[in-house]
Design a protein around this ligand. Structure first.
Ligand SMILES: C[S@@+](CC[C@H](N)C(=O)[O-])C[C@H]1O[C@@H](n2cnc3c(N)ncnc32)[C@H](O)[C@@H]1O
Length: 257
């Protein structure tokens, strides 16, 4: 088992707007009357948690994440909120919430049936489970990274196994077993990036991270990154003004109890 380095919070927040828009869209799709308690699972540095707090200022909101650096930053930026450093699979299901929310997190966690069952146990009656996950595996940038990784560094061969993605139908089958009312949608965000390098940087603080964690020498990291950038340039044509459209596919689902 290869250990993963902690998150680079600064780099993650460099693309705060692109990363937070899905939380805004997911929150606006939730129909729960005056929720009193909300948990944000995989809250990161608290960006998604603030969207919840903005819509429901009177609710008690807890942010939970298993990354020390993410929780440290959330505590520093939003000291009045409650932050828990823990793995979602270790959460005590005797404490329940009106909304169990998770943005851009579940792809990092294996066994989504087990995970959804665990999150569902945290939902109060008349509450909701609301999740967004990037469909990174279906995006050209994923192919750009995998092509750069293949053949040259054996330790990168199995990195994709870290991630878990399924088709929308998988999530519908799991959720419809639990809930009578399930809403699902997919959005392709068209992020306008300053350059191809910006796509690389945005990817570096998420999908590319486990690859970089497995490369130990600076030379290898540099060579790998250059190869990824070359592939990104091939996959995403620049516009006339040199900016680059970076389509980013995300799956949303909300299930009501
Ligand atoms: C891409 S960030 C999302 C942060 C924030 N929710 C947002 O919308 O930008 C994913 C977060 O999930 C957390 N995470 C991954 N696996 C987790 C687990 N098993 N339990 C709790 N948090 C986890 C990571 O530490 C990271 O902060």
């Amino acid at each position: 088992m290869v250990t993963q380095n902690d998150w680079n919070v600064e780099l993650y927040l460099k693309f705060r707007n692109e990363r937070t828009q899905p939380s805004i869209d997911l929150v606006s799709g939730i129909s729960v009357e005056s929720p009193k308690s909300i948990i944000d699972i995989g809250c990161g540095p608290g960006n998604s948690t603030q969207v919840l707090a903005g819509r429901w200022p009177a609710a008690g909101i807890t942010g939970l994440d298993n990354s020390p650096s993410m929780i440290e930053r959330a505590k520093k930026d939003y000291p009045s909120q409650e932050w828990i450093l823990a793995d979602v699979m270790d959460v005590d299901s005797s404490v329940k919430y009106d909304i169990v929310f998770s943005n851009a997190t579940i792809q990092w966690i294996p066994d989504h049936k087990q995970l959804i069952d665990a999150m569902w146990k945290l939902v109060n009656d008349n509450g909701a489970l609301a999740v967004q996950m990037p469909l990174y595996n279906a995006m050209p940038v994923c192919g750009a990274v995998e092509r750069a990784a293949s053949g040259r560094w054996p330790q990168l061969d199995s990195v994709m196994e870290i991630f878990t993605f399924h088709e929308p139908g998988y999530y519908y089958d799991v959720l419809s077993f639990l809930s009578e009312k399930v809403n699902m949608w997919v959005t392709d965000y068209l992020h306008i990036m300053d350059s191809h390098k910006s796509i690389l940087e945005m990817t570096k603080s998420a999908g590319l991270k486990p690859y970089m964690d497995r490369l130990k020498s600076e030379d290898d990291k540099h060579e790998f990154e250059s190869e990824v950038l070359r592939n990104i340039k091939e996959a995403y044509p620049a516009q006339e003004n040199r900016r680059v459209i970076f389509p980013f596919k995300r799956l949303f689902f909300i299930a009501y109890k």
